[in-house]
Design a binder for this molecule. Sequence first.
Ligand code: MN
Ligand code: MN
Length: 321
Amino acid sequence: MTNEFFTPVSGMELPRFAGVPTFMRLPVVGLEDARLPEVDVGIIGVPWDSGTTNRPGPRHGPRQLRDASTMMRAQNGATGVRPFELVNCADLGDVGPNPTDILDSMERITAFYSAAIRAGVTPLTAGGDHLSSLPILRAVAKDDPVGMIHFDSHTDLFDTYFGGTKFTHGTPFRRAVEEGLLDPEKVVQIGIRGTAYDSEDLDFAKAVGIRIIRIEEFFERGIPDVMAEARDIVGADPTYISYDIDFVDPTFAPGTGTPEVGGPNSFQAIQVVRELDGVNIVGADMVEVSPPFDSSGGTAFLGVSIMFELLCVMAKRLASA
Ligand code: MN
Ligand code: MN
């Protein structure tokens, strides 16, 4: 049962356009706060995009996502889940990155998440570009490799960029497999599409046993069937959920650095998350929302709507465990 302190401000009491825009209008509980051990799900901002190889901007993501998150209400209209009544949720603030030093930033991110996890917090992240997931996984999978369900139009499994750079938003999961953070046989990547440099990423996936479900197969089989397979792949084991907003068709989510046409619509974007019901989620992220390319604000709104769906399945699972 949740503590009243962790109840979000209701739009019935204070209009949603008023007040300080924390994530989903939750209280802020920083790493130094005595209440940190009471937090079950902590929403953390990673305002960092130093791994971006083309159009930047996700460093502005957390602030825009916080603003848009004031639109969220307390109850999931489709599933009826009321996450804030199931577990204690809080806004843990942002990791302070070093925008000019990738290695230093990654150490800062890992240290922040390690402290939160030591306190018993399950992290839900607002990125940040997709390189953010690597230092987060270094904290989440410190002791044992985890499985992963990954929504994206890209595999992010390339080896290097620009003649040898190993840390970009196109390489995080290659590194995570090499570092023993991910069990590749419990990794599924869904929504892959678009033009490609070559097949190096796909060859790596095949060699280590990562399952790739391209968008053609996704639409041919349909969401319930594809997601049943995804749940089978990860089984009951600890699983990380990584959600790149470019999984969604750019008609619905244009505010991102590397859009690819021919993707799921906004309804399908939340349907896949509802299908994660029961998965043993040990952390989740929403990455690559880029406010400079999001002139309507609609991409950030979709991003936090997906985060709310993630929060619902995470809270339901934690409350039942
Ligand atoms: Mn990605
Ligand atoms: Mn992508």
